[in-house]
Design a protein around this ligand. Structure first.
Ligand code: GAR
Length: 189
């Protein structure tokens, strides 16, 4: 597609959602171009995809998050980034940063928001004997996991599920959901 939207993907860990977004960006009619991978963790396994797909990457330790965010905003501006996709990014961005990128930051969360915001979602879902869980792509606002929902996918919780078996099944759905959410926003705005 012509006029693809430049995106930066922020990660902290394994990067399986990053990989699915990169693959999506390589499709002929994809509406996105992955311009940068940002991590707060230099050991994030997902950074291997930057080398594999020859994409630019940058790690910030966020020790002084104010200074880091100023640098980050400059980098995003220089690279003409129009949309940020958080993909397993475990740092909370400041209100100021979110304001500067208002309506242009997406996140994927492994639950059916507004239920189970925050960490350890699968453990809590199983403990509460929920019949369903799932994943959500939403816009990021100043409140944790609370911005406008773009898309959700329901996943059945099995009787003998452990947090890791449930997480694996949900992750598979996340890999479809994030590209679909981007299509929804960018192709039918
Ligand atoms: C994914 O399940 C994502 O939804 C979750 O972290 C995992 C990252 O996996 N994100 C959050 O919990 C954000 N609060 P990945 O590194 O393999 O994409």
């Amino acid at each position: 597609m012509k006029n693809r939207v430049n995106i930066a993907i922020f990660i902290s860990g394994k990067g399986s959602n990053l990989k699915s977004l990169i693959k999506f960006s390589l499709l002929k009619n994809s509406p996105i171009k992955v311009k940068f991978i940002i991590s707060n963790n230099s050991k994030a396994k997902g950074l291997i995809y930057a080398n594999k797909y020859k994409l630019k990457k940058k790690t910030y330790n966020f020790k002084n998050s104010k200074i880091t965010e100023v640098k980050l905003l400059k980098l995003l501006d220089r690279n003409n980034i129009k949309l940020i996709c958080l993909a397993g990014f475990m740092k909370i961005l400041s209100k100021n940063f979110i304001k500067k990128f208002k309506g242009k930051i997406l996140n994927i969360h492994p639950s059916l928001l507004p239920k189970y915001k925050g960490l350890n979602t699968h453990e809590r879902v199983i403990k509460n004997k929920e019949k369903f869980s799932g994943c959500t792509v939403h816009f990021v606002n100043h409140k944790l996991d609370s911005g406008k929902i773009v898309l959700q996918k329901k996943v059945k919780v099995k009787k003998n599920d452990s947090p890791s078996s449930l997480s694996r099944r949900i992750l598979k759905e996340e890999h479809r959901l994030y590209p679909n959410a981007l299509k929804k926003i960018l192709l039918n705005p």
